[in-house]
Write a protein that binds this ligand. Sequence first.
Ligand SMILES: N[C@@H](CCSC[C@H]1O[C@@H](n2cnc3c(=O)[nH]cnc32)[C@H](O)[C@@H]1O)C(=O)O
Ligand SMILES: [Zn+2]
Length: 434
Amino acid sequence: MTTLALTGGRVLRPDATVIRADVLIDRDRGEILEIGPDLGGDAVETLDASDSLVTPGFVNGHCHVAMSLLRGYADDKPLDAWLREDIWPAEGELTAEDVRVGAELGLLEMIKSGTTAFADMYFHVPEIAAAVEEAGLRARLGHGVVTVAKDEEGAHEDMETSLEVAEEYDGAADGRISTAFMPHSLTTVGAEYLEEYVPKARELGVPIHYHANETEDEVTPIVEEEGVRPLAYAAEKGMLEAEDFVAHGVHVDESEIGLLAEAGTGVIHCPASNMKLASGMAPVQRMREAGVTVGLGTDGAASNNDLSMLDEARDAAMLGKLAADDAAAVPAEAVAELLTAGSADALGLESGRLEEGAPADLAVLDLEKAHLTPRHDLVSHLAYAAAAADVRHTICDGQVLMRDREVLTLEESAVRERALEAAEDLAARVNPTE
Ligand SMILES: N[C@@H](CCSC[C@H]1O[C@@H](n2cnc3c(=O)[nH]cnc32)[C@H](O)[C@@H]1O)C(=O)O
Ligand SMILES: [Zn+2]
């Protein structure tokens, strides 16, 4: 057995306490063997965690990782105009190679900011899967389907692709990749397609992931045309099961919160995207009190504009208080849960908690920083003060992906060079100068 020990750190436990302990990892099985004092002695490899906080690797519950190539491409518009006027035309020009390059850029940023697992909805998924395999993270991947503005044949093809991708890649990369069926949203996919394909996804046994109740504009048409709230409509279509998870859940009423809690469907809160697109404030505190599984996601880099889960954590705390009009809402311990176990539970992953037998997915944060001094409460620091650049080491499935800020699985400068070039070419294709 090859073992790896993280020594001298302070370890965040699932109950939000922090203890001084080493962490011993079985690298072959990718599991945590033991958490306790003095475990460094017999380990094959050790990683210094002194003056550091050892946390579960962060789980980004909703992303479009290849959109990193579109970071800063179009800002300062509401969702519908942003997608239709800028993002979708640019995505129409994205090649498979562009998606690979954009995904690598996003994965590089994830590793550098302590993220070890994520859920992703996009297209050219084989390229994203290849990048994940190379980068060493854990992911639940899917092909996003839009049927509006497509003819019948095109819509069926898109649906079939989502099923095929879900079937083919489930269990890929030694089990680090799992999949989901991913209709884009309840308003961008026609009811007849949901009725036909949701049962097929159930037969495959994969979860369903989609955008839901992100803006008022997504709620009104469903209420008007179907006479029910969007999540009641989703339940009617069989898309509100325990393994399913929705992104956003901003405009959800009490009846919908009840449906989510009862079904066990997870909600991925994306505060930065919701603020930037002025979509609204999700009732995170109310959902948690009602027993809904809530996780945290960045959404794509074009609506954030970064993939740092620590930024998202702080945003979740701040926005959660404002939404509840209560400074006690979404406290630091809740934020620590949202960014680790909450997201992992919503995605159906076993990571998100540091305990014996759990997947060895960890982030180690350097506490020797002015903005992390003094050390009254390290959970408070995690929620309110820590930043991406504080992450020293990132470990996923027992493998070290970053050691002392050097990424070992991707070549940082080459990834950035390729992304710069691909993004420039893309912009020139979308907006030729003459
Ligand atoms: N196959 C689809 C693409 C769906 S992938 C997922 C899509 O979600 C889009 N997206 C990114 N962020 C958001 C968001 O916040 N809400 C809704 N859609 C988003 C993203 O640009 C991408 O087009 C097609 O033919 O257009
Ligand atoms: Zn999204």
